[in-house]
Ligand binder design. Sequence first.
Ligand code: GLN
Length: 213
Amino acid sequence: MVATIGVLALQGGYSAHARVLHRLGAVVVEVRVPADLQGLDGLIIPGGESTTMTIGVEREGLAQPLRALAQAGLPMFGSCAGMIMLDRQHLGVMDIAVQRNAFGRQINSFEADLELGPDGELDGLAEGTLRAVFIRAPWIAEHGPGVEVLASVDGHPVAARQGHVLAVAFHSELVDDDRLHRLFLGWARSYARAGGASAGGNGGLARSSASQP
Ligand code: GLN
């Protein structure tokens, strides 16, 4: 089954996500206005500049439809600024408070090998560390009980999941390792198989009981 994935394309690194998705056989829709959200099986919010992205989301009237789709169970994946967009202060799709530019000036950008998941393994992700590129990256300063922390750097959560929503502080679209995008495409296919938005509810994700925001 071919999944149709929207990539929020108002600003930032959307084309890198689109390239990975194309390579993995997904249909990609660049999302700029609410009409672009129709028929999606998943949505990615890329890195970039969260203040600019927020202005664009407000201007285009995208905030409400995005929240409604998250409530309806549409799988969402935010990276870096995308993680900021998902937090309580922005779209409120995840029960997390994100601190911007959290790693400070002296290490604006760095790379790290992360173990993902409670046992270094996350769903279908094969074992082994994931190379992560951090660029003026945020971290999760606070999160509610429904949020599962998947990876941390120096004790600060940098990857988390809440049901069908995945957020990472780094740029998984800039490395060859596409396991996170594969994982996300798996969620999107489950959502599509369960009838997508028209079915309402959680789209049939295996572990979606892990609370709605
Ligand atoms: N520092 C940016 C922000 O606060 C995020 C950086 C990124 O997406 N690479 O929006």
